[in-house]
Design a protein around this ligand. Structure first.
Ligand code: SAH
Length: 345
Protein backbone atom coordinates (compact mmCIF):
# COMPACT_ATOMS: atom_id res chain seq x y z
CA UNK A 1 0.00 0.00 0.00
CA UNK A 2 1.11 3.52 -0.78
CA UNK A 3 0.88 6.55 1.49
CA UNK A 4 -1.28 8.86 -0.61
CA UNK A 5 0.41 11.86 1.03
CA UNK A 6 3.59 10.91 -0.83
CA UNK A 7 1.89 11.65 -4.15
CA UNK A 8 1.52 15.00 -5.82
CA UNK A 9 -1.63 15.90 -7.71
CA UNK A 10 -0.18 15.04 -11.12
CA UNK A 11 0.78 11.54 -9.93
CA UNK A 12 -2.69 10.92 -8.52
CA UNK A 13 -4.26 12.14 -11.77
CA UNK A 14 -2.13 9.65 -13.69
CA UNK A 15 -3.12 6.94 -11.25
CA UNK A 16 -6.81 7.75 -11.78
CA UNK A 17 -6.31 7.63 -15.53
CA UNK A 18 -4.51 4.32 -15.54
CA UNK A 19 -7.21 2.89 -13.28
CA UNK A 20 -9.96 3.91 -15.64
CA UNK A 21 -11.21 6.88 -13.61
CA UNK A 22 -11.56 10.56 -14.48
CA UNK A 23 -8.53 12.63 -13.66
CA UNK A 24 -10.61 15.27 -11.87
CA UNK A 25 -11.25 12.79 -9.06
CA UNK A 26 -7.66 13.37 -7.99
CA UNK A 27 -8.36 17.01 -7.19
CA UNK A 28 -11.44 15.99 -5.19
CA UNK A 29 -9.37 13.56 -3.15
CA UNK A 30 -6.75 16.25 -2.51
CA UNK A 31 -9.43 18.68 -1.35
CA UNK A 32 -10.72 16.18 1.18
CA UNK A 33 -7.33 15.21 2.50
CA UNK A 34 -5.72 18.62 2.75
CA UNK A 35 -8.78 20.30 4.20
CA UNK A 36 -9.38 17.93 7.04
CA UNK A 37 -7.65 14.54 6.69
CA UNK A 38 -10.90 12.95 5.58
CA UNK A 39 -10.90 9.13 5.35
CA UNK A 40 -11.63 7.64 1.92
CA UNK A 41 -14.98 6.18 3.04
CA UNK A 42 -16.26 9.64 3.95
CA UNK A 43 -15.40 11.35 0.66
CA UNK A 44 -19.04 11.63 -0.29
CA UNK A 45 -18.71 13.30 -3.68
CA UNK A 46 -16.67 10.35 -4.91
CA UNK A 47 -18.43 7.20 -6.14
CA UNK A 48 -18.27 4.13 -3.89
CA UNK A 49 -16.41 2.17 -6.55
CA UNK A 50 -13.61 4.75 -6.66
CA UNK A 51 -13.46 4.96 -2.87
CA UNK A 52 -13.09 1.17 -2.83
CA UNK A 53 -10.16 1.30 -5.25
CA UNK A 54 -8.50 4.05 -3.24
CA UNK A 55 -8.80 1.95 -0.10
CA UNK A 56 -7.20 -1.00 -1.83
CA UNK A 57 -4.17 0.89 -3.06
CA UNK A 58 -3.64 3.69 -0.57
CA UNK A 59 -3.64 4.71 3.05
CA UNK A 60 -3.49 8.18 4.56
CA UNK A 61 -0.32 8.07 6.63
CA UNK A 62 -1.09 10.19 9.66
CA UNK A 63 1.23 9.64 12.65
CA UNK A 64 -0.03 8.54 16.04
CA UNK A 65 0.29 10.97 18.93
CA UNK A 66 2.42 9.41 21.66
CA UNK A 67 3.14 12.34 23.94
CA UNK A 68 2.19 15.97 24.06
CA UNK A 69 3.68 18.76 26.12
CA UNK A 70 2.42 22.31 26.44
CA UNK A 71 4.67 25.05 27.77
CA UNK A 72 3.49 26.89 30.87
CA UNK A 73 2.59 30.03 28.97
CA UNK A 74 0.73 27.91 26.43
CA UNK A 75 2.49 29.27 23.35
CA UNK A 76 4.52 26.17 22.52
CA UNK A 77 3.43 22.61 22.04
CA UNK A 78 5.71 19.73 21.47
CA UNK A 79 4.50 16.46 20.01
CA UNK A 80 6.10 13.06 19.91
CA UNK A 81 4.63 11.17 16.96
CA UNK A 82 4.92 7.54 15.95
CA UNK A 83 5.32 6.81 12.25
CA UNK A 84 3.77 3.77 10.57
CA UNK A 85 6.89 1.66 11.16
CA UNK A 86 7.12 2.53 14.85
CA UNK A 87 9.84 5.15 14.53
CA UNK A 88 9.42 8.22 16.71
CA UNK A 89 9.73 11.80 15.55
CA UNK A 90 9.02 15.11 17.16
CA UNK A 91 7.65 18.40 16.05
CA UNK A 92 6.96 21.70 17.72
CA UNK A 93 4.09 24.14 17.19
CA UNK A 94 4.60 27.75 18.20
CA UNK A 95 1.79 30.24 18.47
CA UNK A 96 2.63 33.77 17.47
CA UNK A 97 0.39 36.78 17.05
CA UNK A 98 0.89 36.57 13.29
CA UNK A 99 -0.10 32.90 13.09
CA UNK A 100 0.90 29.39 13.96
CA UNK A 101 4.29 28.05 13.04
CA UNK A 102 5.48 24.45 13.00
CA UNK A 103 8.96 23.04 13.18
CA UNK A 104 9.06 19.64 11.50
CA UNK A 105 11.57 16.79 11.34
CA UNK A 106 13.06 15.65 8.03
CA UNK A 107 14.89 12.51 9.18
CA UNK A 108 14.56 10.02 12.01
CA UNK A 109 17.76 10.92 13.84
CA UNK A 110 20.58 12.60 11.94
CA UNK A 111 24.04 11.67 10.77
CA UNK A 112 25.66 15.11 10.81
CA UNK A 113 27.08 14.63 14.30
CA UNK A 114 26.93 18.23 15.61
CA UNK A 115 28.19 18.07 19.20
CA UNK A 116 25.52 20.30 20.74
CA UNK A 117 22.56 18.56 19.10
CA UNK A 118 20.53 15.74 20.68
CA UNK A 119 19.04 14.58 17.34
CA UNK A 120 22.28 13.14 16.15
CA UNK A 121 23.23 11.05 19.17
CA UNK A 122 21.81 7.73 17.96
CA UNK A 123 22.79 8.40 14.33
CA UNK A 124 20.44 8.49 11.37
CA UNK A 125 17.80 5.78 11.29
CA UNK A 126 16.08 6.70 8.02
CA UNK A 127 14.83 9.49 5.84
CA UNK A 128 11.34 10.88 6.33
CA UNK A 129 9.17 10.76 3.21
CA UNK A 130 7.44 13.84 1.76
CA UNK A 131 4.09 12.50 2.97
CA UNK A 132 5.43 11.96 6.48
CA UNK A 133 6.58 15.59 6.53
CA UNK A 134 3.17 16.79 5.35
CA UNK A 135 1.46 14.54 7.88
CA UNK A 136 3.23 16.28 10.77
CA UNK A 137 1.51 19.49 9.71
CA UNK A 138 -1.87 17.86 9.07
CA UNK A 139 -1.84 16.09 12.43
CA UNK A 140 -0.72 19.20 14.31
CA UNK A 141 -3.45 21.29 12.66
CA UNK A 142 -5.98 18.74 13.77
CA UNK A 143 -4.61 18.74 17.32
CA UNK A 144 -4.67 22.51 17.74
CA UNK A 145 -7.76 22.87 15.61
CA UNK A 146 -6.28 25.86 13.83
CA UNK A 147 -4.49 26.47 10.57
CA UNK A 148 -0.71 26.44 10.51
CA UNK A 149 0.66 29.20 8.29
CA UNK A 150 4.43 28.94 8.71
CA UNK A 151 6.72 25.96 8.38
CA UNK A 152 10.33 25.62 9.41
CA UNK A 153 12.43 22.58 8.53
CA UNK A 154 14.48 22.79 11.69
CA UNK A 155 13.48 19.70 13.60
CA UNK A 156 15.53 16.52 13.68
CA UNK A 157 17.50 15.71 10.56
CA UNK A 158 19.44 17.49 7.87
CA UNK A 159 17.01 18.52 5.10
CA UNK A 160 19.71 18.62 2.43
CA UNK A 161 20.76 15.06 3.35
CA UNK A 162 17.22 14.09 2.23
CA UNK A 163 17.06 16.45 -0.70
CA UNK A 164 14.58 14.84 -3.11
CA UNK A 165 12.00 14.10 -0.44
CA UNK A 166 12.30 17.64 0.91
CA UNK A 167 11.85 19.12 -2.57
CA UNK A 168 8.72 17.07 -3.16
CA UNK A 169 7.39 18.05 0.24
CA UNK A 170 8.00 21.73 -0.59
CA UNK A 171 6.11 21.35 -3.84
CA UNK A 172 3.02 19.89 -2.16
CA UNK A 173 3.06 22.12 0.91
CA UNK A 174 3.30 25.16 -1.33
CA UNK A 175 0.77 24.03 -3.94
CA UNK A 176 -2.69 25.53 -3.83
CA UNK A 177 -3.97 21.97 -4.21
CA UNK A 178 -1.99 20.90 -1.16
CA UNK A 179 -1.51 22.96 1.99
CA UNK A 180 -1.15 26.25 0.09
CA UNK A 181 1.52 27.68 2.37
CA UNK A 182 3.44 30.47 0.61
CA UNK A 183 7.15 30.03 -0.04
CA UNK A 184 7.93 33.11 1.99
CA UNK A 185 6.34 31.37 4.96
CA UNK A 186 8.75 28.46 4.76
CA UNK A 187 12.28 28.31 6.20
CA UNK A 188 14.76 25.55 5.54
CA UNK A 189 17.75 25.16 7.81
CA UNK A 190 20.95 23.37 6.81
CA UNK A 191 24.25 22.65 8.49
CA UNK A 192 25.87 23.79 5.24
CA UNK A 193 26.02 21.07 2.58
CA UNK A 194 27.48 23.34 -0.07
CA UNK A 195 26.61 21.52 -3.35
CA UNK A 196 23.01 21.07 -2.18
CA UNK A 197 22.69 24.75 -1.31
CA UNK A 198 23.78 25.50 -4.87
CA UNK A 199 21.28 23.02 -6.28
CA UNK A 200 18.57 24.51 -4.10
CA UNK A 201 19.44 28.04 -5.23
CA UNK A 202 18.94 26.92 -8.83
CA UNK A 203 15.30 26.10 -8.06
CA UNK A 204 14.96 29.83 -7.49
CA UNK A 205 12.30 29.60 -4.82
CA UNK A 206 11.31 32.35 -2.41
CA UNK A 207 12.04 30.19 0.63
CA UNK A 208 14.10 31.52 3.51
CA UNK A 209 17.40 29.73 3.83
CA UNK A 210 18.97 29.44 7.26
CA UNK A 211 22.53 28.21 7.57
CA UNK A 212 23.87 26.83 10.84
CA UNK A 213 27.24 28.52 10.93
CA UNK A 214 27.95 28.51 14.67
CA UNK A 215 31.57 29.61 14.29
CA UNK A 216 33.64 32.44 12.81
CA UNK A 217 36.48 30.18 11.59
CA UNK A 218 37.00 26.64 10.36
CA UNK A 219 39.25 25.88 13.35
CA UNK A 220 36.41 26.59 15.75
CA UNK A 221 33.72 25.10 13.54
CA UNK A 222 35.33 21.64 13.33
CA UNK A 223 35.26 21.43 17.10
CA UNK A 224 31.47 21.15 17.13
CA UNK A 225 30.45 20.37 13.55
CA UNK A 226 32.01 17.41 11.66
CA UNK A 227 30.57 18.77 8.39
CA UNK A 228 33.20 21.51 8.69
CA UNK A 229 35.80 18.91 7.67
CA UNK A 230 34.06 18.66 4.33
CA UNK A 231 33.12 22.25 3.50
CA UNK A 232 34.95 25.36 4.56
CA UNK A 233 33.33 28.55 5.77
CA UNK A 234 34.75 30.28 2.67
CA UNK A 235 32.77 27.85 0.49
CA UNK A 236 29.66 28.43 2.57
CA UNK A 237 29.98 32.19 2.18
CA UNK A 238 30.48 31.83 -1.59
CA UNK A 239 27.44 29.65 -2.04
CA UNK A 240 25.42 31.93 0.23
CA UNK A 241 26.22 34.85 -2.05
CA UNK A 242 25.15 32.70 -4.98
CA UNK A 243 21.82 32.00 -3.24
CA UNK A 244 21.28 35.67 -2.53
CA UNK A 245 22.08 36.64 -6.14
CA UNK A 246 19.73 34.02 -7.52
CA UNK A 247 16.79 34.56 -5.22
CA UNK A 248 17.24 38.06 -3.84
CA UNK A 249 16.39 36.58 -0.46
CA UNK A 250 18.11 37.47 2.78
CA UNK A 251 19.93 34.53 4.36
CA UNK A 252 19.79 33.78 8.06
CA UNK A 253 22.96 32.59 9.77
CA UNK A 254 22.29 30.67 12.94
CA UNK A 255 24.90 30.97 15.62
CA UNK A 256 24.58 28.93 18.81
CA UNK A 257 26.67 30.58 21.51
CA UNK A 258 28.72 28.21 23.62
CA UNK A 259 30.68 29.50 26.59
CA UNK A 260 34.38 29.73 25.84
CA UNK A 261 34.06 28.16 22.40
CA UNK A 262 32.73 30.80 20.02
CA UNK A 263 31.40 33.65 22.13
CA UNK A 264 34.31 36.07 22.56
CA UNK A 265 34.48 39.63 21.31
CA UNK A 266 37.12 38.58 18.76
CA UNK A 267 34.77 35.87 17.51
CA UNK A 268 32.09 38.51 17.00
CA UNK A 269 34.56 40.72 15.11
CA UNK A 270 35.64 37.82 12.90
CA UNK A 271 32.05 36.90 12.17
CA UNK A 272 31.33 40.52 11.26
CA UNK A 273 34.21 40.54 8.79
CA UNK A 274 32.93 37.35 7.18
CA UNK A 275 29.43 38.65 6.70
CA UNK A 276 30.29 42.21 5.76
CA UNK A 277 27.96 43.70 3.12
CA UNK A 278 25.95 40.53 2.70
CA UNK A 279 22.17 40.50 2.55
CA UNK A 280 21.90 38.51 5.75
CA UNK A 281 20.85 38.38 9.32
CA UNK A 282 22.34 36.61 12.31
CA UNK A 283 20.20 34.68 14.74
CA UNK A 284 22.02 34.16 18.03
CA UNK A 285 20.94 31.16 20.04
CA UNK A 286 22.29 30.69 23.55
CA UNK A 287 23.01 26.96 23.26
CA UNK A 288 20.47 24.68 24.88
CA UNK A 289 22.38 22.51 27.25
CA UNK A 290 21.79 18.80 26.79
CA UNK A 291 22.66 16.03 29.21
CA UNK A 292 24.86 14.17 26.74
CA UNK A 293 27.64 16.76 26.60
CA UNK A 294 29.47 19.38 28.58
CA UNK A 295 28.75 22.42 26.43
CA UNK A 296 27.66 25.38 28.49
CA UNK A 297 25.54 28.28 27.34
CA UNK A 298 27.09 31.72 27.18
CA UNK A 299 26.24 34.22 29.88
CA UNK A 300 23.56 36.80 29.14
CA UNK A 301 26.21 39.52 29.22
CA UNK A 302 28.32 37.75 26.62
CA UNK A 303 25.28 37.22 24.40
CA UNK A 304 24.40 40.91 24.61
CA UNK A 305 27.97 41.95 23.95
CA UNK A 306 28.21 39.61 20.94
CA UNK A 307 25.08 41.20 19.52
CA UNK A 308 26.39 44.68 20.16
CA UNK A 309 29.60 44.02 18.22
CA UNK A 310 27.72 42.58 15.24
CA UNK A 311 25.34 45.51 15.19
CA UNK A 312 28.20 48.00 15.47
CA UNK A 313 29.43 46.39 12.24
CA UNK A 314 26.01 46.89 10.62
CA UNK A 315 24.96 43.29 10.80
CA UNK A 316 21.34 42.73 11.62
CA UNK A 317 21.13 40.50 14.65
CA UNK A 318 18.43 38.92 16.74
CA UNK A 319 18.62 36.76 19.80
CA UNK A 320 16.34 33.78 19.40
CA UNK A 321 13.27 34.11 21.49
CA UNK A 322 13.33 31.03 23.61
CA UNK A 323 10.12 29.14 23.63
CA UNK A 324 9.33 25.84 25.19
CA UNK A 325 12.53 25.44 27.19
CA UNK A 326 10.46 23.94 29.98
CA UNK A 327 9.27 21.17 27.65
CA UNK A 328 12.59 20.07 26.13
CA UNK A 329 11.74 21.77 22.87
CA UNK A 330 15.31 21.79 21.59
CA UNK A 331 16.10 19.48 18.68
CA UNK A 332 15.78 15.81 19.41
CA UNK A 333 15.56 16.05 23.17
CA UNK A 334 12.06 14.69 23.51
CA UNK A 335 12.73 11.64 21.33
CA UNK A 336 15.96 10.97 23.25
CA UNK A 337 14.24 11.14 26.62
CA UNK A 338 11.51 8.81 25.40
CA UNK A 339 13.93 6.26 23.98
CA UNK A 340 15.82 6.28 27.28
CA UNK A 341 12.57 5.94 29.20
CA UNK A 342 12.98 9.18 31.13
CA UNK A 343 10.12 11.24 32.35
CA UNK A 344 10.11 14.91 31.57
CA UNK A 345 9.67 17.12 34.56
N1 SAH B 1 20.17 20.02 10.27
C1 SAH B 1 19.68 21.35 10.13
C2 SAH B 1 18.36 21.62 10.82
C3 SAH B 1 18.13 21.04 12.20
S1 SAH B 1 18.76 21.82 13.61
C4 SAH B 1 20.73 22.35 10.56
O1 SAH B 1 21.77 21.93 11.00
O2 SAH B 1 20.52 23.54 10.38
C5 SAH B 1 18.05 23.41 13.77
C6 SAH B 1 18.99 24.40 14.43
O3 SAH B 1 19.13 24.17 15.84
C7 SAH B 1 20.40 24.34 13.87
O4 SAH B 1 20.90 25.63 13.73
C8 SAH B 1 21.12 23.58 14.94
O5 SAH B 1 22.51 23.77 14.84
C9 SAH B 1 20.49 24.14 16.19
N2 SAH B 1 20.68 23.35 17.41
C10 SAH B 1 20.71 22.01 17.55
N3 SAH B 1 20.90 21.67 18.84
C11 SAH B 1 20.99 22.82 19.52
C12 SAH B 1 21.21 23.13 20.90
N4 SAH B 1 21.38 22.17 21.81
N5 SAH B 1 21.24 24.43 21.24
C13 SAH B 1 21.06 25.40 20.31
N6 SAH B 1 20.87 25.17 19.02
C14 SAH B 1 20.84 23.90 18.62
Amino acid sequence: MINILDMDLEELKQWMKSNGESKFRAKQVFDWIYKDICEFENMNNIPQSVRGKLQTYFYIGIPRLIEEYTSKNNDTRKYLFELGDGNLIECVVMKYKHGNSICISTQVGCRMGCKFCASTIGGMIRNISPGEMLAQILKAQQLINERISNVVLMGSGEPFDNFDNVMKFLEIVNSENGLNIGQRHITISTCGIVPKIKEFADFNMQITLAISLHAPSDEIRVKSMPIANKYSIAEIIDVSKYYIDKTNRRITFEYALVKGLNDSKQDAEKLSALLKDMLCHVNLIPVNEIKENELERSSNDDVTEFKRVLEANNIQTTIRREMGLDINAACGQLRRSHIKGEELK
